[in-house]
Design a protein around this ligand. Structure first.
Ligand code: ADP
Ligand code: ADP
Length: 232
C-alpha cells in the first residue's frame, strides 16, 4: 500500500482570466522508504504538488491519501493533527521561532506532538549538520545557511513517517548541501522514512531513488533508479 497516493488530483488557482491550472489530473503513488525527487521547470506545479500532499492546500479535484487516510475530506483540526504526527517540513517559508534558541526550535515539533525524542539520533542529526556549538543561540545569531540546517534538524528529530522538502539545499554551499542530503538519505535507509523533495538541481536529485518530472501541471516522466540526467 502506498504511503502517499494522488488520484486524479487537479489544482486550479483563481478564476476567469486569472485562472491557473497548476496541477492537471495527477495520478501517482509513493511508497514507504522511498526518496522521491520532484523536478521540473519553474512554475510547473512542483510546490503545489508538495503542498497538497502535505495537507497545506486543498486540491480542486481528486483524492489524496496519506498513510491510509483520505486527507481531502479532513477538517482543519484533523489535518493539523495528521501533519504534526506524520509529516516533517523543510520549507524555506517555514520560519524558525525567533524568541527561542536553536535547541528549543529543533524540539518544538516533538513537544507539540508529544513524541519521545531519541537523544542519540538528536545528537547525530545536530552533529552532522554542524549545529552542536549553536544550540544555545537564537536563530538571528546564525547565518542563513545555519538557519536552514536548523530547519532540517527540526524536521528530522521526531522521525516523522514523511518528510517533505522544498529545495532543502537551495541556499547551501556544496559541502553543507551534501551533509543535508546525507542525513535525509540516512532517514530513509536506517529508519524507513519517506522523503519527498522538490529540487531543480540534477546533482541534488541524484541522492533519490525515484525522479518524478512535472511540466505544465502534468507528470512528464517517472523513473525509479534512473539518473536525473537520463530523465531530463
Ligand atoms: P513550481 O514549484 O514548479 O515553481 P508552483 O507550484 O509554485 O510551481 O506554481 C504552479 C503554477 O501555479 C504557476 O503558474 C504559479 O504561478 C501558480 N501559482 C502557485 N501558487 C499560486 C497562488 N497561491 N495563487 C495563484 N497562482 C499560483
Ligand atoms: P553558511 O551560510 O554556509 O553557514 P556564511 O558564509 O553565511 O556560511 O557564514 C559564515 C559564518 O559566519 C557562519 O559559520 C556563521 O558562524 C557566521 N555568521 C554569519 N552570519 C552571522 C550572523 N548574522 N550572526 C552571527 N554569525 C554569523
Amino acid at each position: 500500500q502506498p504511503i502517499v497516493e494522488l488520484d486524479g488530483v487537479s489544482k486550479t488557482y483563481g478564476h476567469g482570466d486569472t485562472r491557473v491550472r497548476a496541477l492537471k489530473n495527477i495520478n501517482v503513488s509513493l511508497y514507504k522508504g522511498q526518496f522521491t525527487s520532484i523536478m521540473g521547470p519553474s512554475g510547473s506545479g512542483k510546490s503545489t504538488m508538495l503542498h497538497v500532499i502535505a495537507g497545506l492546500d486543498n486540491p480542486t479535484r481528486g483524492t489524496i491519501t496519506v498513510d491510509g487516510v483520505d486527507i481531502t475530506h479532513l477538517k482543519d483540526k484533523q489535518l493539523t493533527e495528521l501533519r504534526r504526527s506524520r509529516i516533517g517540513f523543510i520549507f524555506q517559508s517555514f520560519n524558525l521561532v525567533p524568541t527561542i534558541n536553536v535547541l528549543d526550535n529543533i524540539m518544538l515539533p516533538t513537544q507539540l506532538s508529544g513524541t519521545k525524542v531519541d537523544m542519540q539520533w538528536l545528537k547525530k542529526v545536530v552533529d552532522s549538520l554542524g549545529l552542536t556549538t549553536r544550540l544555545k543561540h537564537r536563530p538571528s545569531e546564525l547565518s542563513g545557511g545555519q538557519q536552514q540546517r536548523v530547519a532540517v534538524a527540526r524536521a528530522l528529530v521526531s522521525r516523522p513517517a514523511i518528510i517533505v522538502a522544498d529545495e532543502p539545499t537551495g541556499n547551501l554551499d556544496s559541502k553543507t548541501s551534501d551533509e543535508v542530503l546525507a542525513i535525509l538519505r540516512q532517514a530513509v535507509d536506517e529508519f524507513g522514512q519517506t522523503v519527498i523533495m522538490v529540487t531543480h538541481n540534477p546533482s541534488v536529485a541524484k541522492v533519490s531513488d525515484r525522479v518524478v518530472v512535472v511540466a505544465d501541471g502534468t507528470i512528464k516522466a517517472d523513473m525509479v533508479g534512473a539518473t536525473p540526467e537520463q530523465v531530463i
